[in-house]
Design a protein around this ligand. Structure first.
Ligand SMILES: Nc1nc2c(c(=O)[nH]1)N[C@H]1C(S)=C(S)[C@@H](COP(=O)(O)O)O[C@H]1N2
Ligand SMILES: [Mo]
Length: 248
């Protein structure tokens, strides 16, 4: 079977991986899918690798400061009002292809199953920093909302505008349910600062920095990315040709 090389599976076919996620959790489907031909071995390896944890560090390995990059303050009047109220009026809307749309406060996020992790952030511009992040797993939020069968991607819409349109990003369901994918509201044991995405930002630890959407306002489950922005799944993907899957 030479239709798919390992490279095309990992880099060229994120939709295939996303579509396979549910299949792969079913033991019978697994047996059929992974029955030993090269293509199947490659696919199995790709999926196994995608589930691996990012390295975690100890508290004393943290960087002295965690710098800010991209937007440092969304600067809109809506965001300024939310910040002035210490984000008590902020709501994270969870919608799209879900059975129960949600509108979550910061305290709702803190009450869901939370995870804390000390990880290294790698920015494509050439800097890295290690910090501790805490927040509910995205998986717990999506479980509460109840994903519909047609959902394939999770889209994150932010409060900051680039050329009049919100910054946005998207990931597939493999990353959405990865145990280290969290909606972080704390950085180094303090409420997330505005410069780093207050009141809540995505951490998707197996991917580069630009995927970690700050200033979250909405999360939507969708079947396709084609009708969002310019259709490539994120602000940078649409405008400067960054890869949609920015695995590290
Ligand atoms: N909403 C939003 N999210 C964003 C950005 C941004 O400009 N706006 N920049 C991205 C980039 S390129 C990086 S490296 C990280 C920087 O996160 P930090 O400001 O906490 O260092 O956020 C990412 N998420
Ligand atoms: Mo970045």
């Amino acid at each position: 079977m030479t239709l798919f090389t390992r490279r095309s599976i990992i880099i060229g076919a994120p939709a295939l991986l996303a579509g396979c996620d549910k299949v792969v959790q079913n033991p019978t489907a697994r047996a059929i899918l992974f029955k030993g031909e090269d293509m199947h071995r490659g696919l199995q390896r790709a999926l196994t690798d995608r589930g691996a944890l990012a390295r975690e560090f100890s508290a004393d390995q943290r960087s002295p400061i965690f710098r800010s990059n991209g937007t440092r303050d969304p600067g809109t009047s809506e965001y300024a009002a939310l910040a002035a109220g210490k984000f008590t009026d902020w709501r994270l809307r969870v919608g799209g292809l879900v059975a129960h749309p949600l509108s979550l406060t910061l305290s709702d996020l803190a009450r869901l199953p939370n995870r804390a992790q000390i990880t290294r952030h790698d920015c494509v511009e050439g800097w890295s920093a290690i910090a501790k992040w805490q927040g509910p797993t995205l998986g717990a939020v999506l479980k509460a909302a109840g994903l519909r069968d047609a959902a394939r991607y999770i889209v994150f819409t932010c409060a900051d505008l680039y050329g009049g349109a919100p910054y946005y990003e998207s990931i597939d369901l493999v990353d959405a349910f990865h145990p280290q994918t969290i909606l972080a509201w704390a950085l180094n044991d303090r409420m997330l600062p505005i410069a780093n995405g207050a009141p809540c930002r995505l951490r998707v630890e197996r991917q580069l920095g630009y995927k970690h959407a700050k200033y979250l306002m909405r999360i939507d489950a969708v079947a396709s990315l084609a009708d969002i922005g310019k259709g490539r799944g994120g602000y940078w993907e649409d405008n400067v040709d960054y890869d949609w899957y920015a695995g590290i």
